[in-house]
Design a protein around this ligand. Structure first.
Ligand SMILES: NC(=O)CC[C@H](N)C(=O)O
Length: 366
C-alpha cells in the first residue's frame, strides 16, 4: 500500500503543515501554486509548464483513477517539483489504468504530501502571494528544512524552457497529407497542442528552444507556433529575438501561454509576475471579437502588462479574464500573428476555445 510515513510542508514565510508522505521518500522544493481543477491530475503533472513548481491540488481526491501512460501524458515524464493534496488514494478503480499514482511518483522520484488542509493552504497563498516551499518525508525538523528551502531558486527571472525543451528537432504529423508546414518552438510544449495542430492538416517540425531563426527558416515553414513552457518569460531574450524575426517574415504565427507572453515581449510590451497566478479549468474569459464568454483551462503565473497596451497601437487586446480583467489574448494589427494566455487545447479542461486552432489554420487559407 506504499508509505504512510509523516511528511512536512514548509513555506518560505515559515508556515509549516504536517501530513503523510506519498510518492518517493525524500525532499523536493519549488514555487508553490494551486490548481483548482476537479480532474486531469496526470496531464497537470506532466505539463512542462509546471517545471520547478509544487502543485497543490484542491480537488479532495487525488489518485483514485490511477495513471494511464501515453494517452494522458502531456510530455514523456512528470515535470512538477512535488505535490500536495488532501486525500490521496493509493488504490485506483479504473480498468484501463496502467498503475497507481503512488507507483508513478515513486518511479519518477517525486515527493508529495497528503492529509493537508488544502483549503487553508490555498487561502494562505491567495492572501500572501506566491512563494517558494519545500516538502520532505526525511527532514521533519522545520529549522533544518528551512536551510534546504533557502536553496530553492526564485521563479522571478528564472529561465527554465531550455531545461525541458527537446534536445533534437523532431516531426509530428503526416507530411504526405498535411497542407501546412509549422515550425514549433519547443519552450516546453504539451503533446495535446501538437495533436490539435496535426489534426488540422499541419505537419510540425518541433525545434529545440534555442534554435536560431536561420536554422528554422532552412526548413522553409509556412508559419510558426510559439509554445507554452515554464519559468519567467522576461528571462528569455533569445526567444523574444527569434519571435521578432518570425514576425518580420509576415507568415502566420500563433502563441499559447508562454508563447503569448513572448509575443507580447516581442511587440515591446513587458510581462509581470502575478500575485498568485491562474491555474484551473473554469476561468471565464471574454472574447471581444464575438462578445461571448469562454470557460478556459489555465496555468500561468506571469502575464502581459495591461498598462503598456495603449502605447503600442499595433497590438489589440482580443480576450480578457472576467475574474480579474488581466489580458488573455492579443493580436497584431499589422501581422498575421495572435496569441492567448490560456490553454485552448485544454487537456485537461473544457474545449470552448479550440476554435483558435481553426483560426490559425484560416490564416494560411487567407
Ligand atoms: N503554461 C505556460 O506556458 C506558463 C507560462 C509561464 N511560465 C507562466 O507561468 O506564466
Amino acid at each position: 500500500m506504499g508509505s504512510q510515513q509523516p511528511a512536512l510542508l514548509l513555506l518560505e514565510d515559515g508556515t509549516a503543515l504536517k501530513g503523510l508522505a506519498l510518492g518517493k521518500i525524500g525532499t523536493m522544493g519549488g514555487e508553490i501554486c494551486f490548481n483548482t481543477g476537479m480532474t486531469g491530475y496526470q496531464e497537470i503533472y506532466t505539463d512542462p509548464s509546471y517545471y520547478g513548481q509544487i502543485v497543490v491540488n484542491t480537488n479532495a481526491h487525488i489518485g483514485n483513477y490511477g495513471v494511464q501512460l501515453e494517452s494522458e501524458e502531456e510530455s514523456s515524464s512528470i515535470k512538477i517539483s512535488g505535490m500536495v493534496c488532501n486525500s490521496f488514494s493509493q488504490i485506483y478503480s479504473r480498468k484501463t489504468a496502467d498503475f497507481s499514482l503512488q507507483s508513478y511518483f515513486e518511479k519518477a522520484n517525486i515527493v508529495g504530501i497528503s492529509e493537508v488542509d488544502t483549503r487553508q493552504l490555498v487561502r494562505h497563498v491567495r492572501q500572501k502571494g506566491v512563494m517558494n516551499a519545500i516538502i520532505s518525508s526525511e527532514i521533519l525538523d522545520e529549522k533544518k528544512l528551512m536551510e534546504h528551502l533557502k536553496e530553492v531558486p526564485s521563479m522571478d527571472g528564472l529561465e527554465l524552457s531550455s531545461l525541458v525543451s527537446t534536445t533534437e528537432p523532431y516531426f509530428m504529423g503526416d507530411e504526405s497529407t498535411a497542407q501546412y508546414r509549422i515550425a514549433v518552438m519547443d519552450y516546453g510544449v504539451k503533446k495535446s497542442i501538437l495533436l490539435n495542430l496535426t489534426q488540422r492538416g499541419c505537419f510540425c517540425k518541433v525545434f529545440p528552444a534555442k534554435t536560431s531563426f536561420e536554422e528554422v527558416m532552412a526548413w522553409n515553414p509556412d508559419g510558426f507556433f510559439i509554445s507554452n513552457g515554464p519559468g519567467d518569460p522576461s528571462a528569455m531574450p533569445y526567444a523574444v529575438k527569434t519571435v521578432q524575426q518570425f514576425l518580420d517574415t509576415n507568415k502566420p504565427l500563433f502563441g499559447i501561454c508562454l508563447g503569448h507572453q513572448i509575443l507580447g515581449l516581442a511587440s515591446g510590451i513587458s510581462t509581470f509576475k502575478m500575485h498568485h497566478g491562474h491555474r484551473g479549468l473554469n476561468h471565464p474569459v471574454k472574447n471581444f471579437q464575438t462578445g461571448l464568454c469562454e470557460i478556459t483551462s489555465q496555468n500561468h503565473g506571469f502575464a502581459v502588462s495591461p498598462d503598456e497596451i495603449e502605447a503600442h497601437p499595433d497590438v489589440e487586446v482580443t480576450h480578457i479574464n472576467l475574474n480579474d480583467k488581466t489580458i488573455e489574448g492579443i493580436k497584431r494589427k499589422d501581422k498575421p500573428a495572435f496569441s492567448v494566455q490560456y490553454h485552448p487545447e485544454a487537456s485537461p479542461g473544457p474545449h470552448d476555445s479550440r476554435y483558435l486552432f481553426d483560426d490559425f489554420v484560416k490564416l494560411f487559407e487567407a
